[in-house]
Design a protein around this ligand. Structure first.
Ligand code: ATP
Length: 231
């Protein structure tokens, strides 16, 4: 039972964004994609989500091809954060929860839980534009998990957050993982994934250059923190 990418390639004209990626992400695991800008992480996520079709290769989840029919089981924090600035946080989340097929009562319960958990219950009545970028990111994270997805894809979830919020978010994803959610996320920084992931894939120009168990990767790199720089 896993998310499986087999020989997945995505080309945009002459640009090969993702180049022959084969890997498995076991159910219930937290899996990190590391790589510099342009490495192909976001394109890989968009294919997993069904937003883009692979040029070649297949993506399956528990043996079946992922398609829109299953997309309600997936939660997504996109790299481009996008909320309606004029709406109050509560109105925004109710709208997004309804799109996921939830009723208002269930959504309000989730909103209360998550805003308390992120120590910002007063944000429910604030307009999105009143919040800092980091706090908007937390609201978008809540939007991604409102419907309790089985698979959660987080594109650079820690970028732009201060250390306190990074910790709050890390604790949240650990709890979700412990409750059985499969989590896939991307980062530029090894330190953000090393305490969370058992397995990871380091991508460079669309190719997985290293892929496997974190312990093994750290051993082969021979140092504790790996920071991925753009060329
Ligand atoms: P970042 O952290 O900057 O988002 P990334 O690892 O997520 O980097 P991608 O966004 O997947 O990388 O981009 C991989 C390559 O594919 C880049 O060279 C990018 O310019 C190119 N690319 C991505 N989407 C498109 C598109 N729709 N059309 C053309 N080229 C694209």
């Amino acid at each position: 039972m896993s998310l499986r990418l087999e020989h997945v390639t995505k080309r945009f004209g002459d640009v090969t964004a993702v180049n022959d990626v084969t890997l498995s992400i076991p159910e219930g695991e937290m899996f990190g994609f590391l790589g510099a800008n342009g490495a192909g992480k976001t394109t890989t996520f968009r294919m997993i989500l069904g937003l883009l079709d692979p040029t070649e290769g297949t993506i399956t989840w528990n043996g079946h091809e992922i398609n829109y029919a299953k997309s309600h089981l997936i939660g997504y924090l996109p790299e481009e954060r996008g909320l309606y600035p004029k709406l109050k946080v509560k109105e925004q989340l109710i709208y997004l929860g309804r799109l996921r097929g939830l009723n208002k009562e269930a959504i309000l319960k989730e909103i209360e839980y998550w805003l308390e958990r992120f120590k910002v219950p007063e944000y429910a009545e604030k307009r999105v534009e009143e919040l800092s970028k980091g706090n908007q990111q937390k609201i978008q994270f809540i939007a991604a998990v409102l419907h309790k997805p089985k698979l959660l894809i987080l594109d650079e979830p820690f970028s732009g957050l201060d250390p306190v919020n990074v910790e709050l978010l890390k604790e949240a994803v650990i709890d979700l993982k412990n409750n059985g959610t499969t989590i896939v996320f991307s980062s530029h920084r090894m330190e953000h994934v090393e305490e969370l992931c058992e397995h990871l894939c380091i991508m460079h120009r669309g190719k997985p250059v290293v892929h496997g168990a974190l312990k093994e990767i750290k051993r082969s790199f021979g140092k504790k923190n790996i920071i991925i720089h753009a060329d």
